[in-house]
Design a protein around this ligand. Structure first.
Ligand code: AMP
Ligand code: ZN
Ligand code: FE
Ligand code: FE
Length: 277
């Protein structure tokens, strides 16, 4: 029996509505599903309503936070709209909006006529992010894939990249706790390259009060998932997992099973639940 604790809806940069995600989780035979949109809680009401009486639903979010001078993604579960976390994120969302304008202006200066109207139409609702700018560039024929848009324009260090305000990892962990939730560092390959670096990072995460790290991730070979889970446990962190499903914006992934071989055991959710404040 398995769960999926990392999913994106149309309220951030996924292509599927919250209710559609819940239906996919039910069809996949999962026992629980979380919604973890980037920096926003807008899809939670719809997802919860779709899940009622059919599958266990966990309200969540994926936060972009500062750590060691760069960014990492922090998943949080059992956090709700209008929680202290949501209220403090309002500033982050405002900074995102300013950054979108700055990135559009940078693309215009490079000769690409992306407009805010176009990006808002693509995003439709919720939080607007770089994946929507990538789709705008695709629509205009400037690039052939969203990946190319990141590689040439939108990734950190590329000409149209602009930074934005982020919470520190420590502040984010505190706010999630105050809001009644638990946290896990998402796709930890973004913070370390080898076993020594993972050990150092996991030690620091545990010291900061992070609850878990995402070990069952579609992009990791099976042996790496297991090795990472063992290391996480050694540092007192709960190994978590999920598909990071984004619908058509990240092709080849399925809710629950990732690239076909992902299994996130139910016990993960029970382990996380026991760590709730
Ligand atoms: P934002 O939150 O607006 O900075 O956008 C971050 C999102 O962009 C990530 O969650 C990914 O979904 C996507 N992303 C980041 N880097 C890349 C990349 N190199 N190729 C494709 N998508 C990316
Ligand atoms: Zn995303
Ligand atoms: Fe992420
Ligand atoms: Fe994600």
């Amino acid at each position: 029996m398995s769960v999926d604790l990392h999913l994106h809806s149309r309220y951030s940069d996924g292509s599927v509505e919250p209710a559609g995600l819940v239906e996919m989780a039910i069809a996949a035979g999962l026992t629980a599903v979380a919604l973890t949109d980037h920096d926003c809680f807008e899809g939670i009401v719809e997802a919860r309503a779709a899940a009622a009486g059919k599958i266990r639903f966990i309200p969540g979010v994926e936060l972009s936070v500062d750590w060691a001078g760069s960014g990492l993604h922090l998943l949080a579960w059992w956090v709700e709209p209008d929680s202290p976390l949501d209220l403090e994120l309002e500033e982050v969302r405002q900074s995102r909006a300013e950054r979108n304008l700055a990135m559009i202006a940078a693309l215009n200066e490079l000769g690409h006529p992306v407009t805010l109207e176009q990006v808002m139409r693509i995003s439709e609702k919720g939080v607007v992010g770089r994946p929507h700018l990538a789709q705008a560039l695709l629509e205009l024929g400037v690039v052939e894939t969203e990946g190319q848009a990141f590689a040439e324009y939108l990734a950190s260090g590329k000409p149209a990249y602009r930074s934005r305000k982020r919470l520190s990892l420590q502040r984010a962990v505190e706010l999630v706790r105050t809001s009644g939730g638990v946290t896990a560092v998402a796709h930890p390959h973004t913070v370390a390259d080898n076993a020594d670096e993972f050990a150092t990072a996991f030690d620091k995460f545990a010291a900061l009060g992070v609850t878990g790290v995402e070990c069952w991730y579609p992009e990791y070979p099976r042996e790496q998932r297991e090795a990472m889970a063992k290391m996480a446990t050694r540092y007192g962190l709960v190994p978590t997992g999920g598909s990071d499903y984004h619908g058509t914006h990240k092709p080849g992934l399925e809710v629950g099973t990732g690239r076909g071989d992902l299994v996130v055991p139910d016990r993960v959710l029970e382990q996380l639940a026991t760590r709730r404040p």
